[in-house]
Design a protein around this ligand. Structure first.
Ligand SMILES: Cc1cc2nc3c(=O)[nH]c(=O)nc-3n(C[C@H](O)[C@H](O)[C@H](O)COP(=O)(O)OP(=O)(O)OC[C@H]3O[C@@H](n4cnc5c(N)ncnc54)[C@H](O)[C@@H]3O)c2cc1C
Length: 644
């Protein structure tokens, strides 16, 4: 009787879950996200993998890339063709199909290096190596499709892109997506679609398009309907690829795919069996993909900015002292290195988790949102410090192309605002929590026995966690804060479906969840690289302080539950200026820190190289003076009236 009342009460609290949400919840698996919500974490073991793509090939690209715009261009898409022919688009494709399938660590390192050379070049390499035809065919293609397309994708004959987004379906990707219909053509079922895709990366240069659409079958010719993914070649009759966008002048190909046309059902990835499975396929691939490419771009821009600025402030003087002697600058540099360290560390941990074969959807969402957001913060500080030299375009400006590209990472693959306020904690509650999704499923399936079992489990888990929050450990100890957050999560979960609209609360919980994962990343990175314990401690403490602010805020905004949680609140110690000075001195002088920051960024024959060289020379040498002038010089262009 009591369990029936409880069952009905929980049912009334549970939000309406759409079929697309259910697919997202069932995609991928869990990892440290679940351990955090269980209140106890153990870090994974490092995965050793062999390097497959020769460094000499990468060096060839770094030495020959001329900095020209990738797209639009007047060189017949020279750089896209170079990448395609040199197998840069084959890193997800198995060797049996001619690809060079890399470990996640190696892929991430290469993406970081290429993006550090040029973000547009980086985007061009990333797209074929993340969600798109190559990955979808590998996982879901028929044997015939794999044998036909994969070797041609691996050797660069096909240049792929993937189109989901249109003018009416952005964040709500399948809401008002393009539609298609199964029609009868001379006794054979065919598919007729009307598509209008925008923002599609590589579309202007692609000759193999993956497209997603909602297939309807009113005459029941194929007997299935729903979101479907198909492949089309560039010369397909009726397909129009005649316009491109210009995202922030970043210089990579991005454009539209439009048209009304008919194609054979055999062009559906996986064949007609996969009609209606499109969303599931996309979600499953996204579970891992979001955790690699965009974090690698943020890593590249943050490392270039931090490494460049640390060297620049030693060279640039004002008021007869180097910028590095000014506390206002030191404060900003500390913030830059704080965020850069977090990004590179969390990438290292995530790559290990992915290399173990996991596809943790929630951790990938955390990585996408946190690294791109923190990467933008690093660039903002860097621009302030670089002053006019960061604003004017020219040889010595190592920031502007990254600054222009930063908002792109924020918006694509699940816009950050939505990812933070709806996905990370919202989905995390259902996906990462050990008991909530089983309870949800038992309610959706009207399975009262399973409900009783899972409900008892969550009760036991909640009581145990609550008891552990009464500890002598400080609330700003990492292990303790994980327990406190897991306990707080169980209280916030009582809001049920209301949490979907309480996005400020969900966003604050997402920040705490994310910071805990990032702090574990910093700990993991230290265990692996042992660069500087003082910096490691500083970064972890700063993350935990940010968290304590949020924990206090969340508790103050809860209803009567807050009376049970007062002991989780704590005063947050103020920033200690003396400590900030000490950390800055480590950053400036510890060669281990600088070596970590410059890992995986291209330093040959560019302004970063000049900065490094200058700082290794005696200040009164002629060579130093020459380099100094080159460094502080900004681009000068002839006025139009002087151009003959
Ligand atoms: C340069 C670039 C490259 C791209 N490449 C591709 C590609 O290759 N293939 C492809 O298919 N698509 C691509 N996209 C599309 C990209 O994924 C979308 O831009 C993205 O999904 C956001 O959609 P939108 O721009 O229409 O924003 P909108 O959906 O209009 O969102 C506007 C704002 O509202 C917020 N928001 C929306 N819904 C909610 C909610 N429920 N709760 C809280 N906040 C919400 C968003 O976070 C955002 O801040 C690309 C876009 C760009 C700009």
């Amino acid at each position: 009787m009591i369990s029936h009342i409880l069952f009905n009460f929980v049912k009334s609290k549970i939000p309406r879950v759409s079929s697309t949400e259910l697919v997202a919840l069932r995609s991928g698996n869990t990892s440290l996200d679940r351990q955090i919500l269980l209140g106890k974490v153990s870090l994974p073991k490092k995965v050793i993998s062999k390097q497959k793509f020769p460094q000499s090939k990468l060096n060839e690209l770094y030495n020959t890339f001329d900095g020209s715009t990738i797209y639009p261009n007047d060189n017949n898409n020279k750089w896209i063709n170079y990448l395609a022919k040199n197998k840069y688009f084959s890193f997800l494709i198995n060797e049996e199909y001619g690809g060079i399938k890399l470990s996640v660590h190696e892929l991430s390192n290469i993406l970081t290096q290429v993006a550090s050379l040029d973000p547009a070049l980086g985007v061009s390499v990333m797209v074929p190596n993340s969600l798109g035809p190559g990955e979808l065919l590998t996982h879901y293609g028929t044997q015939e499709q794999k044998e036909y397309y994969l070797p041609k994708l691996a050797n660069g004959t096909y240049i792929p892109c993937f189109g989901l987004t249109g003018p009416y379906n952005g964040s709500d990707a399948t809401g008002s997506i393009d539609e298609g219909q199964v029609i009868n053509v001379n006794g054979k079922p065919m598919i007729k679609v009307n598509i209008n895709k925008r923002y599609i990366t590589l579309a202007p240069v692609a000759n193999l398009m993956g497209i997603a659409f909602n297939l309807k079958d009113p005459q029941n010719l194929l007997g299935k309907s729903g979101i479907t993914v198909a492949l089309l070649e560039r010369d397909h009759k009726g397909l129009i690829q005649n316009t491109h966008h210009n995202p922030m002048n970043a210089g990579f190909p991005n454009g539209t795919i439009k048209g009304e046309f008919i194609f054979d059902p055999s062009q559906i990835i996986g064949g007609t069996n996969n009609i209606g499975n499109g969303w599931k396929m996309l979600m499953e691939c996204l579970s891992a993909g979001r955790g690699i490419s965009l974090p690698a771009t943020a890593n590249a821009s943050s490392k270039v900015a931090s490494f460049g600025i640390i060297n620049y402030i030693k060279t640039r003087t004002q008021f007869k002292i180097p910028l590095s002697n000014m506390e206002a600058i030191q404060e900003k540099v500390n913030s830059m290195v704080y965020n850069t360290w977090i990004i590179q560390s969390a990438i290292c941990l995530t790559n290990t988790i992915l290399d173990q074969g996991n596809s943790p959807a929630v951790l990938s969402a955390i990585m996408k949102q946190q690294t791109t957001e923190r990467g933008r913060e690093v660039l903002n500080h860097a621009l302030d410090i670089h002053g006019g030299a960061g604003i004017c375009i020219g040889y010595s400006n190592f920031l502007e192309k990254f600054y222009r590209a930063a908002p792109i990472g924020i918006t694509v693959e699940g816009s950050n605002t939505l990812t933070r306020s709806l996905i990370i904690f919202g989905q995390g509650l259902n996906k990462s929590h050990p008991y909530i999704f089983p309870i949800l499923e038992s309610v959706l399936n009207n399975d009262i026995n399973k409900f009783k079992k899972e409900f008892n489990s969550i009760l036991g888990h909640s009581f145990k966690l609550y008891a552990k929050t009464f500890s002598i450990e400080s609330n700003m100890n990492l292990e303790q804060q994980i327990i406190n957050f897991a306990c707080l999560t169980n209280f916030v979960a009582l809001k049920g479906g209301a949490l979907k609209s309480e996005q400020m609360l969900s966003g604050a919980m997402a920040d705490i969840f994310s910071n805990l994962y990032l702090a574990l990343g910093v700990q993991y990175y230290h265990n692996e690289n042992n660069a500087n314990i003082q910096l490691t401690d500083y970064v972890i403490q700063r993350l935990l302080k940010e968290n304590q602010h949020n924990i206090n805020k969340v508790i103050d905004n809860l209803g009567s539950e807050r009376f049970f949680l007062q002991h989780l609140k704590a005063g947050v110690p103020n920033t200690c200026f003396h400590e900030e000075r000490k950390i800055f001195s480590h950053i400036l002088n510890d060669v281990n820190i600088l070596n970590e920051l410059k890992k995986n960024i291209v330093l040959d024959n560019n302004i970063l190289d000049d900065l490094l060289k200058a700082n290794n020379l005696p200040k009164d040498s002629n060579e130093y003076k020459m380099l100094h002038d080159k460094i502080i010089n900004v681009g000068e262009f002839e006025n139009s009236e002087y151009i003959k």
